[in-house]
Design a protein around this ligand. Sequence first.
Ligand code: XBP
Ligand code: MG
Length: 256
Amino acid sequence: MLEALIFDVDGTLADTEAAHRAAFNDAFAEVRLGWHWDDAIYIRLLQVSGGKERIAHYWRMVEPDVAGGKAAQAAIEQVHAIKTRIYESRVSGGQLALRPGVLRLLREAQASGLRLAIATTTTPANIEALLRTTLGPDWKRHFAAIGDASTAPRKKPDPLVYQQVLTTLGLPASACLAFEDSANGLRAATAAGLQTVVTPTVHTADHRFDDALLVLPHLGDVDQLLPCGVAAMEQRWVTVEALRRWHAGTTLFESD
Ligand code: XBP
Ligand code: MG
């Protein structure tokens, strides 16, 4: 029986990675690091979850002899704090919208008695900046559990953040569905025992999603995703009813 939906943030609730990349580059410029992550580099760096971990990974690539020391770790913390400030100021200005279908599904899920949760590797400040503008200042009341970089030091694909959320919900993984956009996120959710609906973005389109319950272009209109042979589909949304069927293992469009 489906009882809760657990959402990743970056790339799933909203397509945020272009804004993150711009904030990283502005932070590098502010401290005169001379680094610039173009889209191609960033798509590769997104294999590393967590902004601090991503900076450390890049630094080891470009200056292996400098990147390891204590001073480097302090510098990474400083640069990441600047990046988070820049990202927060950008996003809290309403720059980013939720992805197609997300708001409708959140509302429908709550109206259907499902509980909602968040499991992300980003920081509480970034979640606040995004959801305050998109769901309102009281956004937290919609979520029964929130796992993030402040609760789970081990980042995805480690399942820790999903395990923490399941514990807070007091539910087995079998009573929940996870929503993700990336291979690391899918691996984390799968390792926590969760069935996962994946909605890739341009940043994760080439990732492998073999263990996904379903891969959809987004959570809105599903008529584009259907395998051939299902003709004349009127417009359908990813509804709670559809999710309950997918979760139970019956096909979405089985005759009623
Ligand atoms: C995606 C990430 C984050 C963001 C950057 O998080 O891996 O690191 O790219 O945010 P999600 P930070 O699990 O929500 O997909 O710089 O705050 O890490
Ligand atoms: Mg994500």
